[in-house]
Design a protein around this ligand. Structure first.
Ligand SMILES: NC(=O)c1ccc[n+]([C@@H]2O[C@H](COP(=O)([O-])OP(=O)(O)OC[C@H]3O[C@@H](n4cnc5c(N)ncnc54)[C@H](OP(=O)(O)O)[C@@H]3O)[C@@H](O)[C@H]2O)c1
Length: 129
């Protein structure tokens, strides 16, 4: 599966990439294509030294728009406040086959009005077993 991580240069994105590359092809998305390329190279080296020949996927870098094209799953892993502006201003082509998820904390309110935080990993575990 092709997974693009918008904001993949951040800590969360790195963590996702290093886990999912075992079985999937990852594209790291950055506002700066050069930054994406160098992060991808660094992650790839880390992954290769950890998994060796057991790794089936690859990691490459691209700018936000390029990285969001041709992906099966598009992950938004950028600060929550920047999601709307990023999607609006860059007209991200959300042609991903399955879904678009945010790595920002997801909050929900219980009947009593108490706010709880949903961990993104709980959601992603539904997709990646
Ligand atoms: N649900 C959870 O369990 C959980 C846990 C921790 C964090 N989070 C959330 O996950 C998200 C990612 O965390 P993180 O620590 O990796 O975030 P981060 O390092 O602050 O940001 C990730 C990347 O987003 C890009 N970015 C920064 N400011 C931006 C802006 N104004 N517009 C567009 N892109 C921008 C940067 O990439 P470039 O400079 O390369 O473009 C940056 O490397 C955050 O929203 C955080 O709150 C969720």
């Amino acid at each position: 599966m092709k997974i693009s991580i918008i904001g993949g240069t951040g800590g969360m994105g790195e963590g996702f990439a290093l886990r999912w590359v075992v079985n999937h092809d990852i594209t790291i998305g950055s506002r700066d294509a050069q930054k994406a390329a160098s992060a991808a190279e660094q992650y790839m080296n880390t992954a290769l030294s950890s998994y060796g020949n057991n790794m089936k996927g690859t990691i490459k870098g691209a700018d936000y728009v390029s990285s969001s094209r041709d992906s099966d799953i598009l992950i938004l892993s950028i600060p929550y406040e920047s999601i709307k502006l990023t999607c609006d201003s860059m007209c991200l082509p959300t042609r991903s086959r399955l879904t678009l998820l945010s790595a920002s904390p997801w909050r929900t309110k219980t009947i009593s009005g108490k706010t709880t935080q949903i961990n993104i990993n709980q959601v992603l575990n539904l997709f990646f077993h």
